[in-house]
Design a binder for this molecule. Sequence first.
Ligand SMILES: O=C(O)c1cc(=O)[nH]c(=O)n1[C@@H]1O[C@H](COP(=O)(O)O)[C@@H](O)[C@H]1O
Length: 269
Amino acid sequence: MNKLNAAWAANNSLLCVGLDPDMARLPAQFQQDPNGIYQFCTAIIDATADLACAFKPQIAYFAALGAERQLEDICAYAREKYPHIPLILDSKRGDIGATAKQYAREAYDRYGADAVTVSPYMGSDSVEPYMEWTDRGVIVLCRTSNPGGSDLQFLQVDGKPLYQHVARLVAEKWNANGQCALVVGATYPEELAQVRAIVGDMPLLVPGVGAQGGDIEATVKSGRSKAGTGMMINSSRAILYATPQAGEDFAAAARRVALETRDAINQHR
Ligand SMILES: O=C(O)c1cc(=O)[nH]c(=O)n1[C@@H]1O[C@H](COP(=O)(O)O)[C@@H](O)[C@H]1O
């Protein structure tokens, strides 16, 4: 939390840069290179490090190709070169305690992440192993950005949608050590405002601007904290695969879109 507060201030940014390296969309020079994912992601990190409040690699893009070693190296690179920027491993884990303990080691020890995304569905004992790492963050899915999120998260329980129960449970019980955050999609600004009202100043990871079409103004106005921070607004594909303009390469294009996104967010803080 200290690191996140410092990164919000240092880069005047609520933008989280997502690292979702889809091999089919990487520039051709990286597709042939056995270390191409590492080369691509570290170039994106270098191009955006002064514009971001966090980096968020999505583990599936690496695991699907057996490229975990490159993910380890990318995380080590980010930690060493930009130690002041929080690193979020997006793996959306959830399992019984004994297994969760291994997932926590994977995120915090193997990849050295500052925080990890987890599902709340299996309840308190499934998230406790993450909480034992008292200097790390636990980011719990609450109101996800995808349309199908409504199937369960919108079920009415005791007169309120389930996602609001999750927000209250995390804010009032699980966050005893002040290390929790919630995921709320930018595609649902009304629910974002509801969650903000329930959780006070708790940080929110907010994916869904850029490729998923979330509205930046509505997102910021609904989700900002009293201090005008409180969010890590994630964009992945729109930055990673920005179409270069004349004379630009992929990293310069990524930087341009990251800058535009950061500034558009700041306009409404
Ligand atoms: O936890 C997440 O990061 C996440 C939660 C959610 O509700 N929706 C969502 O899109 N994400 C992730 O955020 C990223 C969004 O990528 P773009 O749509 O390309 O900006 C992907 O890595 C998703 O897996």
